[in-house]
Design a protein around this ligand. Structure first.
Ligand SMILES: Nc1ncnc2c1ncn2[C@@H]1O[C@H](COP(=O)(O)OP(=O)(O)OP(=O)(O)O)[C@@H](O)[C@H]1O
Length: 244
């Protein structure tokens, strides 16, 4: 079964969309206080992610992968640099405008699933869609279709505590795309799983991303998994460098 096309990407006129980067970072600088001074993590990071592209971010621990994803996901404001999401310049927007773009255009998956423990799998998908204004019935139908696509139909009414680690991460992936974002940012999404389950979760994630035309930037330590992306980047002295 093919997932319905992402309503947002499908709605774009043919002339628009394909040429507009889903994510563009220019000269991103980010530092944190350290003792008397500042610890410079990103020192002028440039990156362009086009619609439908999957990119693996592979770099040693502590080099700034999560920092980069936080900045790209509008969760942290950088010290300097330009960020645009689907052509919208974001660096100078206020918190409310950033939250709106995050809610409508960006999905996140983390190493830990962050599912609501007292809600079932399907309810975990319904909640963010209702917050975005979708009626419950439609949100539920869409959620069940997504869970079905990820082969989790039989787990829809289970609580997160009743799911395996791989199932929980697949629910977290489904939740990340429930609002039909255009950009998926994932930070070690299978970092807690064994290699076989990791590959299985990536099968689901990549099929979903490729089936919906999403663009994805995925941080992983695993080079075998990164090899499954369209291309790979790394961080060297705070700058983004291609790996291929
Ligand atoms: N809010 C913060 N305040 C101070 N230092 C921070 C903050 N966030 C990150 N750092 C520091 O910035 C550096 C980069 O952290 P980051 O989490 O981005 O690395 P990473 O490449 O994702 O690492 P890992 O692979 O271990 O998750 C680390 O030295 C970290 O301690």
């Amino acid at each position: 079964m093919m997932m319905d096309a992402n309503p947002k990407t499908a709605a774009q006129p043919a002339t628009q969309g394909m040429n507009v980067p889903t994510l563009q970072l220019k000269g991103i600088v980010q530092s944190y206080p350290e003792g008397e001074g500042r610890l410079e993590i990103l020192t002028g990071a440039d990156f362009t992610l086009m619609p439908g592209e999957t990119v693996g971010l592979v770099a040693p621990s502590g080099t700034g992968k999560s920092t980069l994803l936080h900045v790209a996901g509008l969760l942290e404001k950088p010290d300097a640099g330009e960020i645009s999401v689907c052509g919208k310049a974001c660096a100078h927007l206020d918190d409310q405008a950033r939250t709106e773009i995050r809610r409508s255009d960006i999905g996140f998956v983390y190493q830990f699933h962050h599912l609501l423990p007292e809600f079932t799998a399907v309810e975990n998908l319904v909640v963010p869609q209702m917050i975005s204004g979708l009626p419950r019935k439609e949100a539920r139908e869409r959620s069940l279709a997504l869970l079905g696509y990820l082969k989790l139909d039989h787990r829809a009414e289970h609580l997160p505590s009743e799911l395996s680690g791989g199932e929980r991460q697949r629910v977290a992936i489904a939740r990340a795309v429930a609002n039909a974002p255009r950009l998926l940012l994932a930070d070690e999404p299978t970092g807690n799983l064994d290699p076989k389950t990791s590959h299985y979760v990536y099968d689901a994630l990549l099929a979903l991303v490729r089936g919906t035309g999403l663009a994805a930037l995925i941080a992983t330590h695993n080079v075998e998994i990164a090899a499954r992306m369209d291309r790979r980047i790394t961080l060297v002295d705070g700058k983004i460098v291609p790996m291929d």
